[in-house]
Design a protein around this ligand. Structure first.
Ligand code: C2E
Ligand code: MG
Ligand code: MG
Ligand code: MG
Length: 277
């Protein structure tokens, strides 16, 4: 430690850094406690077809903290990813999303919905990831062909051979794949065609830029063309205005998500929304 500190010319006892380290450690410890106490919940954000029907939902985790209220995944997922906590949390999310999916299958108003689940790199690259997902499907009775796994570019680029092999095994069971936040990662067009992806999700930063700048509109146009060429459906993320929706419809996106239609909702509120459609 002293050696490292000397080399980087920062003291290990830098009080600001020390404070950050202990805040992180405290958050980690608190998350461990929260997992035991069952404080995590899933919210569901609708994925809408352009004809106004609901294609499915994306499961998004929240932390119902006893003192802090609802904590955003933007705060705790990165911490969970840096520790090994993403493994039990990711397993819990997969199980809860599939349990919900199996329950929806029993009601004609929700039976057609697909469920998208976000998967972290650490989780996916575990040697037993495929078995874990198949076990959850078997245990919950959820249909594999209604489950879609959302992954990011950086996850997919790491160990491409192993990644393709795992995706193919999951695909053989009927599971489909989306590339999340497309355009924000280490985009490498050379790998895209090798991956068995079903869907590209255009990051919301491009949807915002699209109605403001010509360059933003051009990027959306290119991503849609790329998706078509590679036989993937294209989703617009983060659609907040009618102007943005009209734009992505005109450009040929097949579906969208965003606050314009709905924020992520707890399950009872999602059912109320569906009942009103
Ligand atoms: P994501 O997978 O790209 O999810 C979309 C995020 O955009 C969600 O944030 C959603 O609430 C937000 N969003 C949707 N529509 C709009 C809109 O119109 N405007 C704006 N400003 N935002 C919109 P959320 O729920 O805070 O999640 C943030 C990120 O945390 C997710 O990004 C995902 O990367 C991660 N995450 C959430 N749940 C999980 C999980 O269960 N496992 C893993 N590994 N990551 C998760
Ligand atoms: Mg996602
Ligand atoms: Mg996204
Ligand atoms: Mg994201």
């Amino acid at each position: 430690q002293a050696k490292a500190a000397g080399r980087n010319n920062v003291s290990f006892f830098d009080p600001a850094m020390q404070a950050r380290v202990s805040a992180r450690a405290a958050l980690e410890a608190d998350m461990r406690r929260a997992l035991v106490n069952d404080e995590f919940v899933l919210y569901y954000q609708p994925l809408m077809n352009m004809d106004g029907t609901m294609a499915g939902t994306e499961a998004l985790v929240r932390w119902k903290h006893p003192q802090r209220g609802l904590v955003s995944p933007a705060e705790f997922i990165p911490v969970a990813e840096d520790s090994n906590l993403i493994l039990p949390l990711g397993r819990w999310v997969m199980h809860e999303a599939c349990r919900q999916l199996a329950q929806w299958a029993n009601d004609k108003r929700t039976a057609k919905l697909a469920m998208a689940v976000n998967v972290s790199a650490q989780q996916f690259h575990r040697p037993d990831f495929v078995e874990q997902v198949l076990e959850v499907l078997a245990a919950t009775g959820a249909r594999a062909d209604k489950l879609r796994l959302e992954m990011t570019e950086s996850l997919l680029l790491k160990d491409i051979e192993g990644t393709v092999e795992k995706m193919q095994r999951l695909r053989a069971a009927g599971i489909t794949f989306a590339l999340d936040d497309f355009g924000t990662g280490y985009s490498s067009l050379s790998y895209l065609h090798r991956l068995p992806l079903d869907q590209l999700k255009i990051d919301r930063s491009f949807i915002w830029a699209a109605v403001k700048e010509d360059s933003g509109a051009a990027i959306v146009r290119i991503i849609v063309a790329l998706g078509k060429a590679l036989n993937m459906s294209v989703v617009a993320e983060g659609v907040e205005t009618l102007e943005q929706l009209n734009f992505v419809i005109a450009e040929g996106c097949q579906s969208y998500q965003g606050y314009l239609f709905s924020k992520p909702l707890p399950e009872p509120e999602l059912l109320t929304l569906i009942a009103g459609l």
